[in-house]
Design a binder for this molecule. Structure first.
Ligand code: HEM
Length: 277
């Protein structure tokens, strides 16, 4: 009797878990494609111009990129944008289960490189915002600065738990680190998704790069990161394994992934390809 009652409910729960796994896999595939596209752009634009010694080309994109005579500042910018490629190309590799399983040594070395690079890139970014200035307004600058704190803290925790052999906690902190390090990427694809859906700029002034939409985006991506919140919901759904929660979180991830895909194609077609073309 008990079996007759529990079997269908176990099956439904199992289906909900499968749906959650499918949502996470779809999200990971979209994220990998989108971050590698960003990485390709970084290499093609900043890598190529730096290798050719044409540093002034940075200023086609960065208003305060190359400043003649300021070698320290230029070095900080150069390291920031070039090492960013390590993060967006290497980050998704760390998440692919097949690599963790088949090449654990590679995962460990890339992990060390990734964690160290996050700290260098985030600290460099912080220096750039407050010494050279950046596009956007004060709320955006403060928000991205708060993200630097998350990045450094989460990198330390992910590293510490890996060294301590607490791989359950390492996995959680490494995923949290990935979410905050990806903040600049989420910001770009969030913006491009918004532009595609609205058919052009809406809710902000493209000349000053400020306005309600950008304020909300900066806060929700950097200071109070929504991607981190969704990750926590994913952890919760995995832990609780309640059918309703698992299904709701899976659907939320599908919706976010659909918006991300729009943003990724918008960023590739409207931002990255035109700059390297
Ligand atoms: C950790 C992950 C990060 C990555 C992968 C990253 C990547 C990049 C890239 C590729 C650019 C060149 C802009 C472009 O061509 O689109 C850039 C610019 C910039 N980044 Fe980052 N960045 C990261 C974190 C940060 C942080 C945490 C800050 C600040 C606290 C920051 C501040 C800046 C600034 C000021 C610029 C110059 C553009 C501007 O004026 O806004 N970055 N970043």
């Amino acid at each position: 009797m008990t079996e007759q009652i529990s079997t269908p409910s176990i099956q439904v729960k199992y289906r909900a878990e499968k749906l959650l796994n499918l949502a996470a896999t779809t999200w990971l595939i979209a994220t990998t494609i989108g971050q590698w596209a960003f990485g390709g752009y970084i290499i093609a634009f900043y890598g190529k111009s730096t290798a050719l010694g044409d540093l002034e080309k940075w200023n086609q994109v960065l208003p305060h990129g190359y400043v003649k005579g300021d070698w320290t500042g230029n070095l900080v910018v150069g390291l920031h944008v070039l090492l960013a490629a390590v993060l967006v190309l290497g980050g998704p590799l760390q998440l692919l289960p097949v690599i963790r399983r088949s090449a654990p040594m590679f995962h460990r070395w890339l992990g060390r490189l990734y964690a160290t690079t996050t700290v260098i890139v985030a600290t460099g970014g912080l220096v750039m915002v407050w010494t050279r200035g950046a596009v956007g307004d004060l709320v955006q600058h403060v928000s991205i600065s708060i993200q630097t704190i998350y990045i450094i803290l989460f990198a330390l925790l992910a590293w510490r738990y890996a060294r301590a052999g607490r791989f359950d906690l390492h996995r959680k902190w490494a995923l949290r680190l990935f979410m905050v390090v990806s903040g600049v990427w989420f910001f770009r694809i969030g913006l491009m998704c918004w532009l595609v859906l609205n058919g052009g700029p809406a809710g902000f002034d493209p000349k000053t790069f400020s306005g309600p939409f950008l304020t909300a985006l900066a806060v929700l991506v950097y200071a109070l990161p929504m991607p981190l919140g969704i990750l926590e919901l994913y952890f919760y759904a995995q832990k609780e394994a309640k059918r309703g929660i698992t299904t709701a979180v899976a659907l939320l991830i599908f919706v976010m992934t659909a918006l991300m895909v729009i943003g990724i194609f918008g960023a590739i077609a409207g931002m990255w390809l035109p700059r390297i073309g």
